[in-house]
Design a protein around this ligand. Sequence first.
Ligand SMILES: C[C@H](O)[C@H](O)[C@H]1CNC2=NC(N)=NC(=O)C2=N1
Length: 113
Amino acid sequence: MSNLENERCEACHADAPKVSDDELKELMREIPEWTPVTNDGVMMLQREFKFKNFKQALAFTNRVGDLAEEEKHHPELTTEWGKVTVTWWTHSINGLHKNDFIMAAKTDSVFDA
Ligand SMILES: C[C@H](O)[C@H](O)[C@H]1CNC2=NC(N)=NC(=O)C2=N1
């Protein structure tokens, strides 16, 4: 089980450090189902979650939304029939902060609950 899911996000400022390549490698081991993707030069974490119908996908979307409000860290959420795509990155630094890995782990635990 990941330890990250029990950590809290810290307030993130524009001068906060992005995760290094070594940290990225280490942190990815805790969230193996996520993929690092780059959009317009910004590195992000992405995972697709599958459901039986739209209603379940929407309920999951709302649970992740509640998590985001609790931690004051917000994802991109794309809700479709039977599928939610969740993408985490830190807007203020245009890249990945440890907060994104914490939120990815928390997202996994909402899905597995
Ligand atoms: C004031 C507020 O907490 C900040 O603007 C937060 C809101 N949610 C956020 N979410 C994400 N993903 N990145 C941010 O930089 C960010 N900033």
